[in-house]
Ligand binder design. Structure first.
Ligand code: GDP
Length: 297
């Protein structure tokens, strides 16, 4: 089920409250049951769904509430807040780097997800915050990957490293990280290859690159328009390289952010940023409230 459909079902379940002559325990239970069923069908982790349901029930004591509309509003707000905390992954969405030491960040994701574009946006974002970023192209799979990174990095005036001749991505990654450590860059961003689909060879390569550079953070980049495939895709990357953050791209299109909830559940990691266009500045801090508001239309 795609997120648009999930949002619709949740909205309908909440709307059904206004159709009930009285909102009592049974009506609330039926509403929460429908919301939970919709979330489960969208591959959201069972534990998260159960806790959402329990937390809403704990917050809303129907017998003590007033009548009619205000009761409905309180329930809606509780569901909204719980969806927000679910998508925050229970962790602080803000990630802090320390200045004056080397932070190594590795980007992973399927081909076309928006990794290279996002690496540049990320580097640009932190450069503006006073960091000294650098980018390493460890994608030897796609022809033209290095040229693309080079072009992006040049435009953003960020130092970059890559090779036209070396075919082992782990070797390039290691060399690049070494170079930039020596140059005292404090944020080294390693861009990796993707494939069109999840393949064991890709995950093996990710493990090798991670072993070579020992990243402080691994960021999973996901195309916001993918729906049902999100959970498995995110989980496969998480299982091989311990993803700690998620960035969702292409939220400027018609996508309602399909699969974002599932990606959070699969990686147990927060979404930190979203991509809202092809350009460098089209990059925003992720705000759970805005996202859930959009989801529920
Ligand atoms: P990679 O294969 O994962 O490195 O993906 P790329 O960075 O090459 O991006 C694939 C395509 O998606 C390119 O045409 C990008 O311009 C485009 N793209 C990336 N992020 C966004 C975004 O947030 N919004 C839109 N509209 N396009 C994006």
């Amino acid at each position: 089920m795609v997120l648009a459909e999930l949002g619709q079902r949740v909205t309908q379940a909440l709307a059904s409250l206004s159709a009930a002559p009285v909102i009592d325990e049974a009506v609330l239970d039926a509403c929460l049951k429908e919301i939970a069923a919709a979330l489960l069908q969208a591959d959201v982790n069972v534990r998260l769904v159960a806790s959402l349901r329990n937390n809403v029930k704990k917050r809303v004591n129907v017998s003590e509430l007033g009548r009619g509309l205000s009761k409905q509003r309180i329930i809606e707000k509780a569901v909204f807040d719980e969806l927000c905390s679910m998508i925050e992954g229970g962790q602080a969405a803000q990630q802090e780097f320390k200045k004056g030491r080397t932070n190594i960040v590795m980007f992973v994701g399927l081909q076309g997800a928006g990794k290279t574009t996002t690496c540049t946006k990320y580097a640009h974002y932190y450069k503006r915050k006073g960091f000294k970023p650098a980018m390493v192209c460890a994608d030897t799979f796609r022809a033209g990957a290095f040229d693309q990174l080079k072009q992006n990095a040049t435009k953003a005036q960020i130092p970059f490293y890559g090779s036209y001749t070396e075919t082992d991505p782990a070797v390039i990654a290691q060399q690049g990280v070494e170079r930039f450590k020596q140059e005292k860059r404090d944020l080294i961003i390693v861009d990796t290859s993707g494939r069109h689909k999840q393949e064991e060879s890709l995950f093996e390569e990710m493990r090798q690159v991670a072993a070579a550079v020992q990243p402080d953070h691994v960021i999973f980049v996901m195309d916001g328009s993918i729906g049902q495939a999100a959970f498995d895709q995110a989980k496969a990357f998480h299982d091989s390289v311990d993803v700690g953050q998620v960035i969702i791209t292409k939220l400027d299109g018609h996508a309602k952010g399909g699969g974002a909830l599932s990606a959070v559940a699969a990686t147990q990691s927060p979404i930190t940023f979203i991509g809202t266009g092809e350009h460098m500045h089209e990059f925003e801090h992720f705000e759970a409230k805005k996202f859930v508001g959009r989801l529920l239309g």
